[in-house]
Write a protein that binds this ligand. Sequence first.
Ligand code: PBG
Length: 324
Amino acid sequence: MFPTQRPRRLRATPAMRRLVAETEVRPRNLILPMFVLEGVSEPVPIQAMPGVVQHSRESLRKAAAEAVAAGVGGLMLFGVPTEKDATGSGGVDPDGILNVALADVRSEVGDSIVIMSDLCLDEFTDHGHCGVLDDSGAVDNDATLAIYAEMGVAQARAGAHVVGPSGMMDGQVGVIREALDAAGYTDTAILAYTAKYTSAFYGPFREAVQSSLTGDRKTYQQDHANSREALRELALDLEEGADMVMVKPAMAYLDILRTIADHADVPVSAYQISGEYSMIEAAAANGWIDRDRAVMETLTSIRRAGADQILTYYATEAATWLQS
Ligand code: PBG
């Protein structure tokens, strides 16, 4: 008449729960995505992401140093240029905002943290697509690859330890690896955005990078109805030389993350994207959820689903909590 099995015994006290916890989030597991805006002397708040800013070059340095002090594992930089054009030439220009910011951050923090760089054209193109367009207005895969290769070398030269191709063009990892090696950057690693889904949750990011996109990215980002093709993308990225792989977004794709983690023989990252951040902030601001607990619960769930690293706008703050 009494239960013979009592799982609650292992939940009875904080000490017991601490002893048996399977999953841990450590500061070193976290990667902070950062935006840097060309031509400003003060950081500009992003309305849709309360607490996140478009940095000036100076405030970016400072925030990078703070992340290092908090024990954060990596930084992922996004550049927001003042001028855009059809081919995204600001992305390959050594004086383009992302490349100068990479050099700034590298000189500020050196090798004390892993400096990563978004390798994509969408922030730099006037049409807002991740690649260049052909005469019919479609995204031209192979013409884009040549630019990605050049962009990867520019970012490595500027100081990126890791480049993160996020444009979902076929063959992108391979051409970037080849270009990096040919330019002597054999030690620059590639974090492949392997399973990147087209998502409504990128919404706030569009403001963060002042995106000029009209339309969508459905011809290159994955359809959220599919999981099998994530494994195909994984196989291709590994074959092409990816050093690490990523699943993005995180929370609506934890099943994909688990599948990738079970199959990959390289470190696996997941990106808690802008909309995931904004949802927590909006609900917390309304008093509907406990913000800090929600943040840790989401980060822990992403780790539990198989992520070695998590890209999150909470990286520095969460790392600070975890350090104390
Ligand atoms: C593309 C890119 C995007 C994000 C990171 N890299 C936007 C997109 O694919 O539409 C989104 C990140 C976020 O929402 O936090 N360069």
